[in-house]
Design a protein around this ligand. Structure first.
Ligand SMILES: NC(=O)c1ccc[n+]([C@@H]2O[C@H](COP(=O)([O-])OP(=O)(O)OC[C@H]3O[C@@H](n4cnc5c(N)ncnc54)[C@H](OP(=O)(O)O)[C@@H]3O)[C@@H](O)[C@H]2O)c1
Length: 317
């Protein structure tokens, strides 16, 4: 997606890949409410509900098409959210994971370099193995334990290597929000047909509302307009942390669903194709130092998301 903002008479353009996804669409919403003009880039057409003045349909693994799209729009900044985000899917299709998440990031970095654009690459807590007993800082050594994490880490490495100082890597975690497949929606949808839900209680992370993350990125963009010395990795999540079990419990409570038997289970019992990190809480201190305050607690964000989701559904009926 390309976003344009007026900077003292100069138009600043921002291209956002994956504009049809959960974070990409939240970025569209946040940026379109301000001085930004938006153009989306995604592999699939935007839904009828989401209108773009400018939209580029492009597969990021097609280098020539991508280069044409990026050069044609000439962005000052690219926010790269597009990815193959199905963690278990990556395990069964490592070729696609490598092609979209690693090679795709490399192509984005190369085209950003060609177009002289700054680059923000969205990465994940899954670059860590989850063995650290406290939260992960940006300079902790990554050690992914599944294909998705490895492919995203390779993407980070390409971005660092190719974009030099002209990049930011933003790692986030456990994202929920409108317009994408996510854990909260899965729990609420399953609750419609099942009376018993079994949820993992021994993995911990920080749930993050896509709208809050998009807002944090917008605030960083505002700073980037005036400063060129911001680069490297930032961990950005909602405050506080929990297990998937607690996230399910709170989701049901905020949705006023009480007739469900929620059963805590271990990761071993669930036995999913991709191994998950046990504790992948990200330390946000660097982000807090940059923006002066942390993101709100995930529970507050979740409550708001479930309220808005309910309103949106009522409107759609
Ligand atoms: N979701 C999380 O919990 C989470 C946590 C930490 C970090 N992240 C990172 O945050 C970013 C955004 O995640 P998200 O959950 O918003 O993802 P998402 O909802 O899956 O959106 C990704 C978008 O990228 C598109 N896309 C996939 N392959 C593409 C390609 N080859 N060319 C162009 N577009 C392509 C997808 O289209 P299709 O839907 O048609 O494939 C989708 O519209 C990702 O980089 C992800 O790795 C996510």
């Amino acid at each position: 997606m390309v976003v344009e903002t007026v900077k003292e008479g100069k138009i600043m353009k921002v291209l956002i890949t994956g504009s049809g996804g959960m974070l990409g669409s939240a970025l569209c919403d946040v940026l379109s409410g301000s001085n930004y003009k938006i153009i989306g880039l995604d592999v699939k057409k935007p839904s009828a509900k989401r209108r773009f003045n400018n939209f580029i349909r492009c597969d990021i693994t097609n280098y020539n098409k991508l280069l044409k799209a990026v050069k044609g729009s000439g962005p000052d900044l690219i926010i790269h959210t597009a990815a193959f985000t199905d963690v278990d899917g990556c395990e069964s299709d490592p070729g696609r994971a490598e092609s979209v998440n690693s090679l795709g990031a490399r192509y984005i970095a190369e085209t950003a370099l060609e177009a002289n654009s700054r680059l923000i690459y969205i990465s994940t807590d899954f670059v860590f193995d989850g063995q650290k007993k406290e939260s992960y800082r940006e300079n902790d050594e990554p050690h992914p334990i599944n294909i998705y994490g490895r492919s995203k880490l390779d993407g980070e490495r390409y971005v660092k290597e190719i974009a030099g100082k002209n990049h930011l890597i933003i790692r986030s975690s456990w994202i929920f929000g409108m317009g994408g497949k996510n854990f909260v929606d899965t729990i609420l949808n399953k609750a419609k047909t099942q009376k018993e839900l079994r949820v993992v209680s021994d993995q911990f992370g920080s749930p993050t509302y896509a709208a809050d993350l998009a807002d944090a990125i917008k605030r960083i963009l505002d700073i980037l307009k005036d400063r060129i010395d911001i680069s490297g990795i930032y961990h950005i999540t909602n405050s506080d942390n929990c297990s998937w079990y607690k996230l399910a419990q709170r989701s049901l409570r905020f949705a006023n669903i009480y007739d469900i038997d929620l059963i805590p289970i271990t990761s071993q019992e669930l036995d999913r194709p991709a191994e998950r990190p046990m504790i992948s809480i990200l330390d946000n201190a660097r982000f807090v130092k940059l923006l002066g305050r942390p993101m709100r607690p995930w529970e507050k964000a979740l409550e708001e998301y479930i309220r808005l989701r309910r309103q949106r559904r009522k409107k759609d009926v």
